[in-house]
Design a protein. Structure first.
Length: 193
């Protein structure tokens, strides 16, 4: 979010370090403070650059039915292809989806054509399910020993984002909240999701 709000400034994400000493992921919004640019550029450790056109921040308002509690949350807006309709338009995401996640290797994930496998045994030749669609991945990045917590049967770092019925929260903020229902690919059923 900081890179979007502060055009022209480089931000770094991830705890891994590149061979040249830089941190793993470089995030920059084109333009300057006076004239924000159209693009968000995310440079991965491999040197590959992901570009998000029409970048901005959208504020979503939600009202809890039982208590009339109002929550506002910022989400990242960009232009892209809707994965369902294949139409070009505004897309919404959150920071964690654009960067890396902090989960343990023994977590079960769903791989296309394979089924459930441990994350540390996943084969990069097959895509993984992210809750919306099957996506490609590169490899696991060892980030050293870290403090972890368990939420919803998953071991993860306290700052890892999880989708609750009250929106995206860090794992440390999600205690006592119900997890939002996860989407599954057509024809795939799991009793515990």
């Amino acid at each position: 979010m900081n890179a979007i709000k502060d055009p022209g400034t480089d931000y770094w994400a991830g705890t891994a370090v590149r061979e040249n000493g830089d941190r793993a992921i470089k995030i920059t919004r084109t333009g300057s403070a006076r004239k924000p640019g159209w693009w968000l550029k995310v440079e991965l450790p491999s040197g590959r650059v992901l570009s998000y056109p029409g970048i901005g921040i959208s504020v979503e308002k939600s009202v809890e039915e039982d208590s009339d509690r109002v929550d506002y949350r910022e989400r990242i807006r960009y232009m892209g292809e809707n994965q369902t309709t294949r139409q070009w338009g505004k897309q919404y995401t959150y920071g964690g989806k654009l960067a890396e996640n902090c989960i343990s290797g023994d977590m079960l994930i769903l791989q296309e054509h394979i089924g459930l496998v441990r994350l540390d045994a996943a084969n990069p030749a097959y895509r993984v399910w992210d809750g919306v669609e099957f996506v490609t991945f590169d490899k696991l990045v060892y980030k050293g020993k870290q403090t972890v917590t368990t939420r919803y049967g998953i071991t993860l770092t306290p700052d890892h984002k999880v989708l609750t019925e009250h929106g995206w929260k860090t794992a440390s903020q999600s205690e006592g909240l119900n997890r939002a229902k996860a989407g599954l690919p057509d024809g795939f059923k799991m009793d515990w999701v």
